[in-house]
Design a protein around this ligand. Structure first.
Ligand SMILES: Cc1cc2nc3c(=O)[nH]c(=O)nc-3n(C[C@H](O)[C@H](O)[C@H](O)COP(=O)(O)OP(=O)(O)OC[C@H]3O[C@@H](n4cnc5c(N)ncnc54)[C@H](O)[C@@H]3O)c2cc1C
Length: 382
């Protein structure tokens, strides 16, 4: 039988092997403890930087290590296989904060922040969501008012991953409130900037190894040079990068689903009831076979979207489909995994209950399933 991902190049297989090794050594052993204590292991960042993983997809001249979107999807799946929470913290830093800075940042701002961020010496966050702005980005109420050579930021942000540990934030703020979505700009705010504070950490059901905060900006004065990208349309420009966010979400879901699947496959061979391993019962066998099919189908959709992006082809619909299918499949797979583990999977020391708490968020973030369906239907002409 061919390997399911026989189409990967030798370099991509090597990347997959080396990230797997890293995850087995550095992430899997601490995943449960980070989940229990709601702590992101910041000491991982320089290690991920040194291996060039944080710089994947970033040009070498900015301190990146090059590579493709498919490489990036491979990295995301493997990180999430070890810990969805840790993968989320790394993702927000890389794919949102650093990616915006790389694509739209200029001059000294980019030179000062991007290379150390890609080395893992500085941690970034992406501050978009607010109490009144989630799926509806046009409702962002945080204001950035031009004042001489500066902008003054006022408002608050909610649900911000890496908020408690970030050295810098890429903040979405309105520079033209009447224009709603077409009036949103991006700004880099340093952690020690007067007028900015972390209002408090937030505790979550899942992905607890990532840290989350509420942020407040009160008369926070920042120089014009801290604006990232074009005024008013900086956020719309950045939305283009969110298609890669959907590829990453799909890859995360595949990683978690694979972790649940592998645990279930092993358990079905070990757990004996009625004198036989439970994997000999048709209901369990069929369930596990379905898991395997769904994981491979999800990975094909995800890799198709990544390859389309690598070839410079339109990939928005492909990314929407991959994200929708993979995240919903993951939730179903993890539910079945818990079911087939019986009470053992329900116990606090079982990784299965962690997967069960982790998986749901992928259906919500980066555009919920409803928004994905809506965009797919629009592409279909409806
Ligand atoms: C673990 C986690 C980490 C996060 N990290 C970050 C971060 O780092 N930075 C950041 O900025 N934000 C972050 N967020 C917040 C995230 O951006 C929001 O959760 C997301 O934008 C959705 O917004 P909402 O949660 O307010 O849901 P809402 O937009 O209020 O949606 C609630 C429900 O209504 C449905 N709905 C909304 N609009 C429509 C529609 N038009 N049609 C049909 N159904 C609709 C949704 O599908 C959903 O089911 C994070 C959230 C979580 C849970």
């Amino acid at each position: 039988m061919a390997e399911p991902d026989f189409y990967l190049s030798d370099e991509q297989r090597e990347l997959q092997r080396s990230v797997r090794e890293f995850v087995a050594k550095e992430i899997t052993p601490i995943a449960a403890a980070c989940d229990a204590t709601e702590r992101f292991p910041v000491e991982l960042f320089p290690k991920l930087g040194e291996l060039g993983y944080l710089g994947l997809r970033f040009p070498e001249e900015t301190g990146g290590s090059g590579g493709s979107n498919l490489d990036y999807a491979i990295l995301c799946e493997e990180l999430a296989f070890g810990s969805a929470g840790i993968a989320l913290g790394v993702y927000v830093h890389m794919a949102l904060a650093c990616a915006a800075l790389e694509a739209f940042g200029e001059g000294d701002l980019k030179k000062t922040w991007l290379p150390p961020a890609l080395r893992g010496e500085k941690i970034g966050a992406w501050a978009f969501a607010e109490a009144g702005a989630g799926s509806d980005a046009g409702s962002v109420a945080t204001r950035a008012v031009a004042d001489g050579d500066d902008y003054i930021l006022d408002g608050s942000k909610l649900f911000i991953t890496n908020g408690p540990i970030a050295d810098f934030l890429v903040v979405v703020a309105s520079t033209a409130p009447e224009a709603r979505l077409k009036g949103l700009s991006l700004f880099l705010v340093e952690r020690d900037r007067p007028g900015f504070r972390v209002a408090g950490s937030l505790s979550k059901l899942g992905v607890r190894a990532s840290e989350m905060a509420e942020l407040v900006f009160e008369g926070c004065r920042i120089p014009r040079e801290n604006r990232i990208g074009r005024e008013h349309v900086g956020f719309l420009d950045a939305l283009r990068t969110l298609t890669l966010g959907r590829i990453a979400s799909a890859a995360f879901a595949i990683g978690v689903a694979r972790a649940a699947f592998e645990a279930t496959l092993a358990y079905a061979g070990e757990r004996v009831q009625f004198g036989k391993p439970i994997g000999t019962f048709q209901a369990v066998r069929f369930g596990i076979a379905d898991m395997a099919v769904q994981i491979e189908a999800a990975r094909l959709l995800c890799h198709r979207a990544a390859i389309a992006a690598d070839r410079g082809l339109p990939h928005g619909r492909e990314a929407n489909m991959a994200k929708l299918f993979a995240t919903e499949a993951c939730t179903k797979i993890v539910e079945r995994a818990l079911h087939f583990h019986g009470a053992a999977g329900f116990m606090s020391d079982s990784p299965i209950q962690r997967f069960y708490r982790d998986c749901k968020v992928f259906e919500l973030g980066e555009g919920s399933s409803e928004l994905q369906r809506d965009m797919i239907a629009r592409e279909l002409g409806l």
